[in-house]
Design a protein around this ligand. Structure first.
Ligand code: SAM
Ligand code: SF4
Length: 330
């Protein structure tokens, strides 16, 4: 079987697939004015039969993990059908999602029954008012209820992500709130450092703070960086024997961040993105129209990988095509 590898020796067993750009939340760093139809792009979002061929091709390329993201992936009416068909592909050992969790309390049972292997839920603060301010939605209690239902159903692999925002959720009090939350909860909580995108420069200037602030907190509070058996990927995880959950940090501006890159992306309209940022990547949709195109599709992905660059060059302010992360799935 082919293994996807780039010219810097990095391997790519993991794809993030956005299935819609649409989102109902208005996170200040992502879609502050809510989802707006892109009038310059008339292409529809990938249809289920296209996703099926895509998953088949990726599975044959040695991809073993697919994350469904968006926009908000659970908005799609055929969301669980998509999960099911990807799960049926023999090579895909893990299918996971990233969601804002807006109806988690209603779909928790379906999530468990669907066989999803993991869920990342975005919660920027445990303070209801702050959560509302950041997302424009007062839905924190429902999301937390959804998490509780999942845990009662013995659903494993729940992660929570928050974007670290200066003066909003970067205080010791906030960090302690999360520490209390994971003390007896087998949940990994990670802060993601705010990234600059094409649309959010003013927001970025106002709210960006280095993840170092949280790392200092972890060091002061006896959290120990996990070196052995660390999940391949960009999150640095920290353990503390007194806590059931783990802390983690995703710091895209840190030195060497791109060295551990193990993922490629496909947007909701079928553009391959070799990096979350940058201008590399082309449309692959024309090669997932018929079953007999699979070899051509695989060939194209293999060839494109040669164009993957060593770094995202984000520190130079080069956000490339990425207007906001709802189009590339974060
Ligand atoms: N709507 C889903 C959600 O919010 O989880 C999935 C898509 S969202 C684009 C994926 C992740 O990207 C979320 O955890 C979100 O917080 C994060 N994100 C969005 N914009 C970001 C930015 N500018 N910098 C850092 N993380 C960002
Ligand atoms: Fe929607 Fe996720 Fe973007 Fe928030 S981060 S606006 S929930 S896509």
């Amino acid at each position: 079987m082919e293994i996807l590898k780039d010219s810097f020796g990095r391997k790519f067993p993991y794809f993030r697939l956005s299935i819609t750009d649409v989102c109902n939340f208005k996170c200040g760093y992502c879609l502050p004015n809510g989802y707006q139809v892109d009038k310059s792009d008339h292409r529809t979002f990938l249809k289920i039969d296209e996703i099926e061929r895509l998953a088949r091709g990726l599975s044959e390329l040695g991809v073993c993990k697919i994350r469904l993201t968006g926009g908000e992936p659970t908005i799609r009416k055929d969301f669980f059908d998509i999960v099911k068909l990807i799960k049926e592909k023999p090579g895909i050992k893990k299918i996971v999602i990233t969601t804002n969790g807006y109806r988690l309390n209603k779909i928790a049972h379906q999530i468990k029954d669907s066989g999803l292997d993991g869920i990342n839920i975005s919660i920027d603060s445990l303070d209801r008012e702050k959560f509302k301010k950041i997302t424009d939605h007062d839905r924190l209690p429902e999301i937390l209820e959804g998490i509780k239902i999942l845990q009662d159903l013995n659903f494993k692999n729940i992660k929570i992500n928050a974007v670290l925002l200066k003066g909003v959720n970067d205080s010791e009090e906030e960090f302690n709130q999360w520490a209390n939350f994971i003390k007896n909860n087998e949940i990994d909580f990670r802060y993601i450092e705010l990234m600059q995108t094409g649309d959010n420069l003013d927001y970025f200037k106002k709210y960006h703070i280095s993840a170092k602030k949280f790392i200092d907190y972890l060091n002061q509070n006896k959290w120990i960086i996990q070196t052995l058996g660390r999940d391949a990927g960009p999150s640095k995880n920290y353990l503390n024997p007194e806590f059931k959950g783990k802390f983690g940090v995703i710091a895209p501006y840190s030195k060497d961040f791109c060295k551990s890159c193990n993922r490629l992306r496909i947007t909701a309209r079928g553009d391959l993105r070799l990096c979350l940022f940058g201008n590399t990547g082309i449309n692959i949709r024309h090669l997932i129209q018929k079953d007999d195109q699979i070899e051509e599709f695989k060939d194209l992905i293999l060839k494109q990988l040669n164009f993957k660059k060593e770094s995202h060059y984000l520190e130079l302010g080069d956000t490339g095509l990425t207007k906001n992360l709802s189009t590339t799935g974060g």
